[in-house]
Design a protein around this ligand. Structure first.
Ligand SMILES: [Zn+2]
Length: 388
């Protein structure tokens, strides 16, 4: 996600009333409570949330675009803040003029897309220039991260082919594109990768993942799994959970899931006492609701995988003691359970048959795209100020 903070103003004129929609970027490191405070919204909007939703309120990514609708007297009528690609927070005034908060799905269309370009400047700049998506550029490099390509040594004329899907809402692209297969041709060498079970493999099917994570608790019992969007039939509402909860008694030692450096030790709103560890490859792990920190744990400290960093607790919320464990790459939450699973090769057994058919299918498509010699059209760029 670009760190550039953009202020885009959309002005809407409706007869006598002149409500306005402002599109703003969420400032880095803003706790949700501070956001409510600075907009003079009731803090009970946060305090009345369930524990899981309090966690979600801490998951608003820096730089994410959110919309504020005001009436003609400049008071807030509605706010929409995405918490991930699937779910958004909706703050609104009800009929009795009370502010309410709910989580609602983001509606969008999904487009099948193909990118076929020759590099003119750099992979990141060119992919962004053609597609308008910085996240596609990041995902592309990510897909090839285990293939040993030196992206600094690419030259003009190298070729990028990507088969992916893109989400779009209100005419504009948004969210993380989903790559199914990609090809990179440099110095007459052709590399291709295929997505299988949420990971990228070359045609050898070997898992070359260099950064491997372990569970932060011994005898971990999952009490709440990872989910981007789930309809809760009993509560009759949508929920999301951007990490895994492990039930464990208060005081159980919490271990670092990988080698890394402590990035944050302290209190983080709905997460209570929290530690964040940065790891190589742009990964971060988050440990929340801690009872306390292990001796000597401080920001900047190097920790090894398995090193005890804290104790399980119940801070930041009202239900029983547990560890909330989050895993991120960039700002994107990943399912920790699928990232901790290491499969040596997907060419073995039943999976192998499935994997080979995927390789065959996409080899055909990639080949067709290459031979067509059709360079992709550039995505239309939207101006910063739009008037209706
Ligand atoms: Zn949790």
């Amino acid at each position: 996600m670009p760190k550039v903070l953009l202020l885009i103003l959309l002005t809407l004129n409706l007869y006598a009333l002149k409500p306005s929609v402002e599109e703003l970027s969420w400032p880095s490191g803003t706790p949700f409570l501070n956001f409510l405070e600075s907009n003079r919204l009731p803090l009970s909007l946060f305090y009345n949330l369930s524990g899981e939703d309090k966690e979600l309120a801490e998951e608003i990514s820096a730089g994410i675009k959110y919309q504020v609708l005001r009436d003609d007297k400049n008071s807030i009528k509605q706010i929409l803040i995405p918490v991930n690609d699937e779910l958004q927070m909706h703050i609104f005034l009800d009929e009795k003029d009370n502010y309410k908060l709910e989580f609602i799905p983001i509606s969008y269309q999904v487009e099948d897309r193909v990118l076929n370009i020759k590099i003119e400047r750099s992979i990141t700049e060119d992919i962004y220039d053609y597609t308008g998506s910085m996240q596609l550029a990041v995902s592309f490099r990510d897909a090839f991260k285990n293939e040993g390509i030196d992206f600094k040594r690419i030259k003009k004329g190298d070729r990028v082919v990507i088969i992916y899907t893109q989400k779009r809402r209100l005419g504009r692209i948004f969210g993380t594109p989903d790559i199914s297969a990609a090809m990179f041709i440099t110095r007459d060498k052709k590399y291709s990768v295929y997505k299988f079970n949420d990971k990228f493999y070359d045609r050898s099917g070997k898992d070359r993942e260099k950064v491997v994570f372990i569970r932060p608790l011994a005898n971990a019992r999952i009490t709440s799994p990872f989910t981007l969007k789930r309809w809760h039939p009993v509560l009759q509402r949508y929920r999301a959970h951007l990490g895994v909860d492990y039930g464990a008694p208060r005081g159980t030692p919490v271990k670092s899931s990988g080698d890394g450096v402590i990035k944050f030790v302290g209190t983080k709103g709905g997460y209570g006492k929290t530690i964040i560890v940065s790891h190589s490859g742009g990964y971060e792990t988050l440990y929340a609701h801690l009872n306390g920190f292990a001796k000597g744990i401080k920001t900047g400290l190097k920790v090894q995988q398995g090193k005890q960093i804290a104790y399980v607790g119940n801070t930041g919320m009202s239900t029983g003691p547990h560890l909330h464990f989050g895993l991120y790459r960039g700002q994107k939450p990943l399912n920790p359970e699928s990232m901790m699973r290491v499969i040596k090769s997907v060419l073995e057994g039943k999976e192998g048959v499935k994997f080979k058919s995927i390789v065959q299918k996409f080899d055909g498509e990639l080949g067709k795209i290459l031979n067509s010699n059709e360079t992709s059209q550039k995505e239309e760029k939207f101006p910063d100020v739009v008037s209706f």
